[in-house]
Design a protein around this ligand. Structure first.
Ligand code: CO
Ligand code: ZN
Length: 337
């Protein structure tokens, strides 16, 4: 599974520019599903139809893992060829100085700060408006990209054995979990819609249209969540390496109690460790699914992650594998909430 993770986390795909990552995912999931399509928002929707002989009472289940990543969009190019930019998603200037970025066309650059090597630089922190991207151009005319082009971060995947580091673990690790679950699943009584959603980082927008179009009986997002296990972290009852987390609440959603119970009882029956998640800040695609149409019972399976929204996000491989096992069991069974 680590090779799948490497391919996904190293791929380009800032919000609204998911074409490359979508093609990569589509190629791998297509042989395992009955139908695959891309909707107007750019969501990739892969349907594995339920088999009545696998059990009665099949439901239609939407599994959503967002495939977009945080990024930067060019707003202005000055006469010397330096680019100014706006963020897509929650990007902290603290993480940007010296970072490498890459555009869809392969052009690369480094992020500079006006105050670098100036006395103020030693005592202040950067503001986004003081940062620029240096793509090696010497004038506006020879810049290899234009206003509106989007850049993603560039970092290699690092396998530390048990812990894995990469850019965009948020949320390619969950794309990998959903894909591996699809690969491992046998026949299921449920119609399973695996949705690799677009534009989550700018406000769970892809999941809005995907869930409206699918109109599922049940929604399950897979996404990363924050942890409280690093030095002087804000207290939070989620750590790396203690199993995937089952979301009870975040700042955008109170998960459906029946879905939470179904997830916990299934994990208990399998002997899979899990953590109870209450996240103060942030939300996921599950919020958009839950609020779709007249409402959809929804929950979220979370992968604990350190340093979320930096270019070096860390997860635990055991948590990832246990999330796959739990998801396979959840989706393969007859569901009664
Ligand atoms: Co995110
Ligand atoms: Zn996410």
């Amino acid at each position: 599974m680590k090779e799948l993770i490497r391919q996904l986390v190293e791929a380009y795909g800032p919000s609204g520019h998911e074409g490359q990552i979508r093609a990569l995912i589509e190629e791998q999931v297509a042989p395992h599903v009955d139908d695959v399509r891309t909707d107007a928002m750019g969501n990739l929707i892969a349907l594995k139809r339920g088999r009545p002989e696998a059990g009665g009472g099949g439901k239609s289940v939407m599994v959503a893992a967002h495939m977009d990543e945080i990024g930067l969009v060019v707003t202005y190019i000055d006469e010397k060829g330096f680019l100014r930019f706006a963020p897509t998603g929650g990007v902290s200037p603290m993480t940007l100085v010296g970072s490498r970025v890459r555009f869809a066309n392969g052009a690369s650059g480094v992020i500079g700060w006006e105050k670098w090597m100036r006395p103020e630089g030693a005592t202040s922190r950067p503001d986004l408006s003081e940062l620029y991207i240096d793509v090696g151009a010497t004038s506006r005319d020879d810049a290899p990209v234009g206003v509106g082009d989007a850049a993603g971060f560039v970092r290699p995947f690092e396998d530390l054995g048990q812990r894995l580091i990469a850019k965009s673990m948020d949320n390619r690790i969950s794309c990998a979990v959903a894909m591996q679950a699809l690969f491992d699943l046998g026949d299921s009584p449920n119609d399973l819609y695996f949705c690799f959603t677009a534009q989550e980082e700018v406000g769970t927008r892809g999941a809005v249209t995907a869930s409206y179009g699918i109109d599922p009986d049940l929604g399950l997002a897979v996404d990363v969540t924050l942890v409280g296990d690093t030095p002087k972290a804000r207290p939070m009852a989620v750590s790396l390496g203690e199993g995937p987390a089952i979301k009870i609440m975040d700042s955008g959603m109170l998960a459906h109690p029946g879905v939470v119970r179904w997830m916990m009882e299934t994990a208990d029956a399998l002997g899979i460790p899990y953590q109870r998640e209450v996240l103060q800040g942030g939300s996921t695609d599950a919020r958009s699914i839950q609020l779709s149409r007249a409402g959809v019972p929804s929950g979220c399976l979370s992968i604990p992650c350190r340093y979320v929204h930096t270019p070096s996000e860390m997860v635990d491989y055991g948590d990832v594998q246990q999330a796959v096992s739990l998801l396979v069991e959840l989706l393969g069974q007859e569901i009664a909430l």
